[in-house]
Design a binder for this molecule. Structure first.
Ligand SMILES: NC(=O)C[C@H](N)C(=O)O
Length: 483
């Protein structure tokens, strides 16, 4: 059962090949048996899962249908789940049980999905390796001595290892697409504002966006359809109808104009990844696509701009964790100031503290214009590059990451080298456009991802291109040995 995709599960449940309860039990047993090798879960919600599965079976027996009815999923541990630990993988939220469900959690539960647990991540989503979690690093099922990517590393590892068919993630600078690439999954970061952020613990509010990770584009379409939509509780949510992502999958690609930005194939890219990505382009040409060389001239400034804007917003968002209202509190504080200082000093990890300090500095009087304001101007130039490019092409294609998964610990003493891994993904967040990563082959047995970018609200187009490619390729069907 664990090899089935969401779409296959939905058909099997409809055909009564097994029940949602049987499926959940099988996956819960698998999680118990295999997750100790990966550490992809922070919390396994067995009782909740069995209750939801039972309810889904009852709804089906009463004649209800629905692609997500009885579908087992997991949530990244920054989506608030009522009565269940929501830790953001941080000691500062250790023991915090959210009093309500995030909109995404609520919508997926209403559609009948079954929550098997909460997934590990980089602390407060800050990282590209899932090594900064208070609950320990996540391992890549393709090679357990390597990182799965981050920050949605638990979501990626669990889905890649067939512990779950699909999971939610969030993407601030690549946190869905980069781990998807490093673990042979398909993952989509929707347009900013497409998926509600209500109840999704904020990292960098102008960049954060939730989305699905799954093994196929079809499954991403199913899950995204359940997640997307206007939410009056999120002021950044966009009131625009959600496209029919499933219908979009089957559009032919004849005439599709693909842009290859020269900046995506320059220095720093592993040449074997470049070859795999260009092989995907050849396949897409066979499906009728045409290819054009384009340029995104301001891409070189994206990393410095992002690593000013994201920490600046984080320093503000994370000020709410003060030892009083949520989670961890230091022992025997001398006075209120001591309580704030020590709770934060003891509760936040290294990388989070680094970013709070960088962000506070960038926002401080006298430095604001030099750093934050300048970064915002770069952001506009990056957005303009995309707007210009999309006058000439329908989608932009390139590698998702410059390198395959690296060894655990390899970049721990050099945060900037980890930041550089985000080079191809963060521009989509700065511009707010949607981006998707899909499997494109292997380098030394390690998965490689290809990234597709599209204009605002064209998630359907991205899923369409990925699905059509997955009809003529089989990279996405490969499973890591031992899982
Ligand atoms: N959160 C993300 O999207 C990952 C990015 N590497 C960051 O640390 O900000």
């Amino acid at each position: 059962m664990h090899h089935l995709t969401l779409a296959e599960i939905s058909r099997a449940l409809a055909a009564k090949q097994f029940s949602a309860v049987e499926l959940s039990q099988a996956l819960l047993a698998r999680i118990q048996q295999l997750d100790p090798q990966l550490n992809s879960f922070i919390t396994v919600t067995e009782d909740l899962a069995l209750a939801q599965a039972k309810a889904a079976d009852a709804r089906r027996a009463a004649g209800e249908t629905g692609a997500l009815l009885g579908a087992p999923i997991g949530h990244k541990d920054l989506f608030c789940t009522e009565g269940v630990l929501t830790s953001c993988a941080s000691k500062i939220l250790d023991g915090f049980k959210a009093p309500y469900n995030a909109t995404v959690v609520e919508k997926l539960a209403a559609a009948g999905s079954v929550t098997l647990g909460k997934l590990n991540m980089d602390e407060f989503a800050m990282g590209s390796a899932n090594e900064s979690s208070h609950y320990g690093p996540v391992k890549n099922p393709w090679d357990v001595t390597r990182v799965p990517g981050g920050s949605s590393g638990g979501s990626a590892a669990a889905v890649a290892a067939r512990l779950l068919p699909a999971a939610t993630g969030t993407d601030t600078g690549g946190s869905i697409r980069q781990p998807a690439a490093l673990t042979n999954l398909t993952g989509i970061k929707p347009t900013y504002g497409r998926v509600s952020r209500w109840g999704m613990i904020a990292y960098a509010s102008s960049l954060d966006q939730g989305g699905p990770l799954a093994r196929t584009a079809e499954d991403c379409a199913l899950l995204l359809a359940g997640m997307a939509g206007f939410d009056a509780k999120d002021s950044t949510s966009v009131d625009q109808p959600v496209d029919d992502y499933l219908a979009a999958l089957n559009q032919p690609l004849a005439g599709l104009r693909i842009g290859l930005p020269k900046e995506y194939f320059g220095a720093g890219l592993d040449s074997r990844i470049a070859d795999a990505v260009l092989a995907v382009v050849e396949e897409l040409k066979k499906l009728g696509a045409t290819v054009k060389d384009i340029s995104l001239p301001n891409m070189q400034h994206a990393i410095p701009a992002y690593y000013v804007i994201a920490p600046a917003e984080a320093s503000s968002n994370l000020s709410r964790f003060d030892g009083v209202r949520f989670g961890y509190r230091c022992e025997n504080p001398k006075d209120l100031m001591d309580l704030y200082k020590r709770s934060r000093a003891e509760g936040f990890g290294e990388e989070v503290k680094r970013r709070i300090m960088v962000g506070t500095y960038a926002l401080s009087a006298g430095y604001y214009d030099a750093y934050y304001l300048k970064a915002q101007k770069i952001r506009r130039l990056i957005k303009n590059d995309f707007v210009a490019a999309f006058h000439e092409v329908d989608v932009i294609l390139g590698p998702t990451t410059p390198n395959p998964a690296w060894k655990l610990g390899a970049k721990n003493n050099d945060p900037v080298s980890a930041y550089l891994e985000d080079i191809y993904t963060i521009t989509a967040n700065l511009a707010g456009i949607p981006g998707l990563s899909m499997p494109a082959g292997f380098v030394d047995g390690l998965p490689v991802g290809v990234q597709l970018l599209a204009p605002y609200f064209q998630e359907g187009r991205l899923l369409n291109v990925a699905h059509q490619y997955q009809q003529v390729s089989d990279w996405h069907t490969r499973a890591p040995e031992g899982f």
